[in-house]
Ligand binder design. Structure first.
Ligand SMILES: CC(C)(COP(=O)(O)OP(=O)(O)OC[C@H]1O[C@@H](n2cnc3c(N)ncnc32)[C@H](O)[C@@H]1OP(=O)(O)O)[C@@H](O)C(=O)NCCC(=O)NCCS
Length: 234
């Protein structure tokens, strides 16, 4: 697998990633507060994407204030997400299943598991995996491994806030306690590094993930997140 770093570019406070699965799709992540983004520059940018044949642009998960800004540019809600947090104040359970550090040589298998566990829209390509790993200054990649790699989790921290960036279990190994062990590992690692809160977001209809997080002490946060979508043809 080769990771193409040129698939990322930066524009006036935004990170832009072209999808490696679909050449007509781009993903954007604001890197600065939306008050610092310029509408005219972004509208020009969307126009240039349209000319280059990109007809759909998806944002990263945005908070309500950020959503308001992008709605003004013609974005609409694609999917609402649930934000959950764990304040690490309660005793934590230890992982029951064996996990180990995820190595660079595991990345192909990680992407395979991701593609099996998530729908086409949510599944990672190589650039998205790299983006999740690099999203925070410090990152921990763990894989569930007995005979073969069954699952993985990517957890990052920035200052005193932790982010469970990705969690996926190969469907063949689901409901065997792998997800719970990887979340337990992420919580323990966060606490060890003095994180005040570990955050995770999940799709609103993902009841399996929601039940798993709530059963481990995460609680819903009030402000909803959403991924927004811009369609060149509407
Ligand atoms: C969500 C996911 C990580 C759970 O992993 P898992 O290894 O199957 O979970 P576990 O076996 O550790 O289950 C722990 C608990 O979570 C809950 N749970 C997990 N999957 C569930 C499901 N499909 N329906 C209802 N509850 C579920 C249960 O309470 C379960 O405890 P129980 O088996 O004793 O009832 C896995 O289903 C997955 O990879 N899903 C697709 C990708 C995804 O949604 N990732 C998380 C996005 S944020």
């Amino acid at each position: 697998m080769s990771l193409d770093r040129s698939s990322h570019s930066y524009l006036s406070g935004l990170k832009v990633r072209m999808s490696m699965n679909d050449g007509r799709v781009a993903h954007i992540t604001p890197l600065v507060p939306t008050a610092k983004l310029h509408k005219t520059t972004l509208l020009k940018f969307l126009g240039s994407l349209r000319q280059d044949g990109i007809n759909q642009v998806y944002t990263s998960a945005l908070r309500p204030r950020e959503q308001f800004f992008f709605r003004q540019l013609g974005f609409i809600v694609h999917e609402e997400l649930l934000l959950l947090g764990h304040d690490l104040s309660t005793p934590l359970s230890a992982p029951v299943k064996r996990t180990r550090r995820g190595r660079r040589s595991d990345w192909d298998r990680i992407l395979e598991i991701d593609a099996k566990a998530f729908s086409d829209f949510w599944k990672f390509d190589e650039a998205a995996l790299l983006e999740a790993i690099k999203a925070t200054p410090t990152c921990r990649i763990r894989v569930g491994a007995d005979n073969e790699i069954s699952s993985f989790a990517i957890t990052g921290r920035s200052g005193r806030t932790g982010f469970l960036q990705r969690l996926a279990v190969d469907p063949r190994y689901q409901r065997t306690g792998m997800g719970r062990s990887l979340v337990a590992d992420a919580l323990q690692w966060s606490k060890r590094w003095f994180v005040n809160e570990l955050l995770v977001n999940t799709q609103i209809g993902n009841t399996g993930a929601q039940k798993l997080y709530e059963s481990m002490g995460f609680s819903k946060k009030s402000d909803g997140l959403a991924v927004l979508k811009w369609n060149a043809n509407s």
